[in-house]
Design a protein around this ligand. Structure first.
Ligand code: PMP
Length: 398
């Protein structure tokens, strides 16, 4: 059966992890992976999560199957978080939400549903984007192309070029948008630029698909939903994938959701019926534990308060690391201005380091970054930021 099977290429980022794990240097630092670490270099287990788990363990609930789309309590907690509890989208029944296997699973069931609805469409992702965007939508059967997004000169978003492209696309094109904390660049659109994007999507009849993987990691839960709010207010139908991997530090529990905003309660019912077919033939129904924890935290006021404080703590620590790195580089008198790192948002920065510089950081310092120059700021801490600044200063000077 397998005689002619070719070896598939390794996932570039997971491959980096393997190399990092095999490195025996005690000073090694992994800036490659998209995971939030605390100041001790550990993945935190949030206090709110721990409390919700304790309560659940004591209640010892039975483990029957969940509804295909997940439980109402979880799905409505997700909707409230994304759209605000009083949003007309919710009160008018114009949104359907299904629990999904992380943000990745949400993108994939969304892709599979779209393939039934608009089989001839092309998907457009940002250039550059999270590598898995292309792979997911290609796996769902779509051709995937890009829209311009990043301006290496300003190290910011290139809204003008992006809008020019969106305004040239045929109706029914699927546009994947990073709702906040763009991965890999850290460059986000301003509110005014988002308003233009929303307008372009409406004018051209595009299908917006917002990927919300880092809500709360830029400015806060509500401000990070700016794109979602503008699309909601525009009256368009659109998709949102949510991930709670980062915001609840629940990576391996695979907690996410797909929300689809429609034009009416009747459309919602029909869309849900099709989405259930997609899920039923894929994994039948979602796992219980992670979703139950997130639902409990979001809807129990004391836990919700604790989570928001912990989320703010993660956000503030990343920001402090951004500032710390920039200060340390300035103290080393590097002749490049790195202040853009402070303006970028979320876990990542496109540093402008070349592939050769990234390779030198690995070989000489045991510091692992993605070949594109993307680093994860959430892997920096008060103990390694000096060392990382030393390494960056050394490789850009030579
Ligand atoms: N979208 C983006 C932009 C991401 O960066 C990630 C995670 N790295 C995901 C989606 C997927 O998240 P999850 O781990 O929840 O599948």
């Amino acid at each position: 059966i397998f005689a002619a099977v070719e070896l598939a290429p390794r996932d570039p980022i997971l491959g980096l992890n393997e190399a990092f794990n095999a490195d025996t240097r005690s000073t090694k630092v992994n800036l490659g992976v998209g995971v939030y670490f605390d100041d001790n270099g550990k993945i935190p287990l949030l206090g709110a999560v721990r409390s919700a788990e304790k309560t659940r363990l004591e209640a010892a609930p039975p483990r029957g199957y969940q509804p295909i789309e997940g439980p109402v309590a979880y799905n409505s907690a997700v909707q409230n978080l994304l759209f605000g509890a009083t949003s007309p989208i919710i009160t008018e029944g114009r949104v359907v939400t299904a629990q999904a296997l992380g943000g990745t699973g949400a993108l994939r069931i969304g892709g599979d549903l779209l393939k039934r609805v608009v089989p001839g469409a092309t998907v457009y992702i940002s250039d550059p984007s999270w590598e898995n965007h292309r792979a997911i939508f290609e796996a769902a059967g779509f051709p995937v192309d890009t829209y311009p997004y990043y301006n290496p000169e300003t190290r910011g978003a290139n809204a003008e070029a992006m809008l020019a492209k969106l305004n040239s696309l045929p109706a029914g094109s699927i546009i994947v948008l990073h709702a906040c904390c763009h991965n890999p660049t850290g460059a986000d659109l301003t509110e005014a630029q988002w308003a233009e994007v929303v307008k372009a999507c409406a004018a051209r009849g595009l299908i917006p698909f917002l990927d919300m993987a880092y809500q709360g990691f830029a400015d806060g839960i509500e401000p990070d939903a700016v794109a979602v709010n503008l699309f909601s207010a525009s009256g368009q139908s659109f998709f949102v994938s949510s991930s709670f991997s980062k915001s609840f530090s629940l990576y391996g529990e695979r907690v996410g959701a797909l929300s689809i905003v429609t034009q009416s309660q009747d459309e919602t019912t029909r869309v849900l019926s099709q989405l259930k077919r997609v899920i039923r033939t894929n994994y039948s129904n979602p796992p219980i534990h992670g979703g139950a924890i997130v639902a409990a935290v979001l809807s129990t006021p004391a836990l919700r308060q604790e989570w928001e404080t912990e989320l703010a703590g993660m956000r503030d620590r990343i920001r402090a690391m951004r500032t710390g790195l920039v200060e340390q580089l300035a103290a080393r008198k590097v002749d490049q201005d790195f202040s853009f790192v402070i303006k970028q948002r979320g876990m990542f920065s496109y540093t402008g380091l070349t592939a050769a510089q990234v390779e030198r950081m690995r070989a000489e310092f045991g510091i692992y970054a993605v070949g594109t120059g993307r680093i994860c700021l959430a892997a920096l801490n008060t103990k390694n930021v000096d060392y990382v600044a030393d390494a960056i200063a050394a490789v850009i000077k030579a």
